[in-house]
Write a protein that binds this ligand. Structure first.
Ligand code: PLP
Length: 565
C-alpha cells in the first residue's frame, strides 16, 4: 500500500549498506571502515541507525523503536519524505496557508509543486477545500499542529476526517506539541499506516543547536526513510548528548512550565497596549499578535536589540508579528519596551483629535497599572506633632522631592533617594517651633513603614545590603530586610549640631527606621569632618538599600531558608 506511493527510483533503490550495518557488537577489532585506529572517541563512525538513542526515545514516547526515524532536525524528515514519494515535476503536495516556510522551500528544492489551501479566517482547517484539492498526483499532505505562525492546534477529528478520505501520506508536524494543551496524534500510527508524525528536540527540549528531529510512523515508512537518508546522518556527539538529556525530562518539563507561566504574564500586559489589535490564542511557545503597524514595531524593537518575527507578508497575517516567549527577564524587558513604544506613539497624536483623546484615556489607565506593577506606596500620617506624606517607588530612578522644613535633613534624605535609585517624595509639617525631635523621628518611622510596605511579599529580593568606604570618611552600613528590627550604631560626633540638625538625632533616625521597616542595621563611621561623615553614612545607607531591594525576576523566591520573612 505504502510502496505504491513511492517514486519509481526509490521503490527500486538498493540502499547503501555501511560497514557498521554488518556487525552490531562492540569489542571487536574493527578493520572494516578505514578509520584511524589511534585516536579514540570520535574516530569511529556512529551507529547509522542510532539504536541506543532510539530505545530511549521509544520508552519516552511509549512506542516501538521500529516506528522512529531520526533526522538532522525534523527538516531532514520533511525533505526525505518529499524526495522519496514525489516524482519531480509531476507529483504534488498539499499544505495549509499560512504555515511553516520550510515546506515550500523543500518542495521547491525537490522541484515538486506545493498546493496551499488557505485556512479559514479563524485559522481552522478548510477540510472540504483540502480534499477537493487532491488529484491523482497528490502524494503528501503536510499539516502543522500547533501551527506556526498562527499558534493554534487542529482537532484530531478533523485530521481523522482527512485520513479517511485521502490515500497519500498525511504528515502532522508537531514541533510545538510539548507546549500544547492537546494530546499528540502519535497513537494514530497504530490505526493508519499513512500518517507520519514529526517531532523535534529543537523547541521544548532546548537542543536546537544539536539538530535532532524525528518522524514517527508505520515501520514501512521508517524503513524507506532509513534507506534514503545519508548513512551517518546523526553524529556520535549528538547521539550521546541527546541520550543523556532525555534522562533529564524533568528539566524539560520545568522549562515548559515556566514558559507556560510566562505566556500568562505576556498576555496580561500585551492586552493592555493600545497598538495591539489582536492577540491570538496560543497553544505553542509563541504568540501571533496583530498590531497597528508591524513594520514600525519590528524596527523599533530591533533598534533596542529585541528581535521578533515580522509575519505581515504571510497570508491572513497582515500587520502580524510573532513573538517567542523568552526567560522571565527577557519578557520583562520586552514588556517594558512595548509600554514605552505605546507611550511614544501617543505623543505623536495632535491635541484635540479623537486619537489623542482615546490615547489619553488609555495612557491614564496604563500609568495606573504600571504603578501597581512597581513597588510603590503612599503613606499619610497625622499626629498632633507632625503631618507627614511619603511616596516611595522602590523601582524608581532616584528622584527626590523632599521638604521637611530642615535644610540639612532634606539634604540627607535626598541622598537616600539618589543613591538607592528609589523615588522618594516627602512632605512634613512638624512642630519645629518646639524642636526638631518629632519631625526627624516621625519622618524616619514613615519612611521605614514605606519600605516595609513597598517590599510586599519580598519574593525575589536580595534581602541583604552592605556598603564599605564612602568618600573621605569611612562609613559602613550593612542591612537586612529580614523582618526583625535591630540596630548597631558605632558613630561618635564631636559637634552638637550639623546645619540645623542635632547630631544625637541621627541615631534616633536610624533606630526609628529600623523599627518600622523591620530591618537590621549595622552602622559604623570614622572621619574628621562631621558633615562628610554623616553624609557618607546616608549615602552608604542608600547604597545598601539599593542592593537589598533589588529584585531578581528569574528567581521569584523568598530569600530565606525558613520560607518566611
Ligand atoms: C521549529 C520547527 C521545526 C523544527 O525544525 P528542526 O529542523 O527540528 O529544528 C519543525 N516544524 C516547525 C513548524 C517548526 O516551527
Amino acid at each position: 500500500m505504502i510502496k505504491k506511493l513511492l517514486r519509481k527510483n526509490i521503490a527500486e533503490l538498493k540502499p547503501y549498506s555501511s560497514a557498521r550495518n554488518e556487525y552490531n557488537g562492540q569489542n571487536a577489532i574493527f578493520l572494516d571502515a578505514n578509520e584511524n585506529p589511534f585516536r579514540s572517541i570520535y574516530n569511529r563512525y556512529p551507529d547509522p541507525l542510532q539504536n541506543a538513542l532510539k530505545e530511549k526515545i521509544a520508552k519516552l514516547k511509549n512506542i516501538n523503536k521500529k516506528n522512529i526515524f531520526l533526522g538532522n532536525g525534523s527538516d531532514e524528515a520533511i525533505d526525505l519524505l518529499i524526495r522519496a514519494f514525489c516524482e519531480v515535476r509531476q507529483d504534488n503536495i498539499i499544505s495549509i496557508n499560512p504555515s511553516y516556510g520550510m515546506y515550500q522551500v523543500c518542495a521547491d528544492i525537490n522541484n515538486v509543486e506545493l498546493k496551499m489551501v488557505s485556512l479559514k479566517k479563524n485559522f481552522q482547517l478548510d477540510i472540504n477545500q483540502m480534499i477537493k484539492s487532491v488529484d491523482k498526483y497528490t502524494k503528501l499532505m503536510i499539516i502543522c499542529s500547533p501551527n506556526n505562525p498562527t499558534a493554534n492546534s487542529f482537532d484530531k477529528d478533523d485530521i481523522i476526517k482527512i485520513l479517511d478520505k485521502f490515500e497519500g501520506l498525511i504528515i502532522i508536524d508537531e514541533a510545538y506539541i510539548d507546549f500544547s494543551e492537546k494530546e499528540s496524534m502519535i497513537n494514530l500510527i497504530k490505526q493508519y499506516e499513512n500518517i507520519v508524525i514529526l517531532q523535534t528536540f529543537s523547541k521544548a527540549w532546548g537542543m536546537a543547536g544539536l539538530r535532532l528531529g524525528m518522524a514517527i510512523a508505520n515501520n514501512q515508512i521508517i524503513e524507506i526513510l532509513n534507506n534514503v537518508k545519508y548513512p551517518y546522518n546523526i553524529n556520535s556527539i549528538v547521539q550521546k548528548i541527546a541520550y543523556k538529556q532525555i534522562d533529564e525530562e524533568h528539566i524539560k518539563n520545568e522549562h515548559v512550565n515556566r514558559i507556560k507561566k510566562q505566556k500568562e504574564y505576556i498576555k496580561t500586559h500585551i492586552k493592555r497596549l493600545d497598538f495591539v489589535e489582536k492577540l491570538y490564542p496560543s497553544d505553542a511557545n509563541f504568540f501571533l499578535v496583530k498590531v497597528k503597524n508591524a513594520d514600525e514595531l519590528y524596527y523599533y524593537l530591533k533598534e533596542r536589540k529585541i528581535i521578533i518575527r515580522n509575519r505581515s507578508k504571510q497570508h491572513l497575517c497582515e500587520n502580524c508579528v510573532r513573538i517567542t516567549v523568552g526567560t522571565e527577564k527577557e519578557n520583562n524587558i520586552l514588556v517594558n519596551e512595548l509600554y514605552d513604544y505605546d507611550i511614544k506613539r501617543f505623543t505623536k497624536f495632535k491635541q484635540n483629535t479623537p486619537e489623542f483623546e482615546t490615547s489619553k484615556n488609555h495612557l491614564h489607565e496604563l500609568y495606573k497599572f504600571l504603578e501597581l506593577q512597581n513597588r510603590v506606596v503612599k503613606i499619610e500620617r497625622n499626629t498632633k506633632e507632625t503631618q507627614i506624606n511619603v511616596e516611595l517607588n522602590i523601582d524608581g530612578k532616584g528622584i527626590a522631592e523632599i521638604n521637611t522644613g530642615l535644610g540639612f535633613f532634606d539634604h540627607m534624605l535626598e541622598q537616600i533617594a539618589r543613591h538607592s535609585m528609589c523615588n522618594l517624595k516627602i512632605n512634613v509639617v512638624g512642630d519645629l517651633h518646639v524642636d526638631e525631635h518629632h519631625t526627624i523621628e516621625d519622618t524616619a518611622i514613615v519612611i521605614g513603614e514605606a519600605f516595609y510596605k513597598a517590599l510586599g511579599n519580598k519574593k525575589g529580593i536580595e534581602r541583604y545590603g552592605y556598603c564599605l568606604p564612602m568618600d573621605d570618611s569611612l562609613a559602613q552600613v550593612a542591612l537586612d530586610f529580614g523582618g526583625r528590627n535591630w540596630i548597631e550604631w558605632n558613630v561618635d560626633f564631636k559637634r552638637e549640631k550639623i546645619g540645623d540638625m542635632p547630631t544625637e538625632m541621627f541615631f534616633h533616625f536610624f533606630k526609628s527606621f529600623s523599627d518600622s521597616a523591620k530591618c537590621n542595621l549595622n552602622i559604623k563611621a570614622e572621619g574628621n569632618n562631621e558633615h562628610h561623615k554623616i553624609e557618607a553614612i546616608f549615602k552608604a545607607f542608600a547604597k545598601s538599600i539599593k542592593k537589598a531591594v533589588k529584585k531578581d525576576l528569574d528567581n521569584n523566591e523568598l530569600p530565606s531558608t525558613k520560607g518566611i520573612l
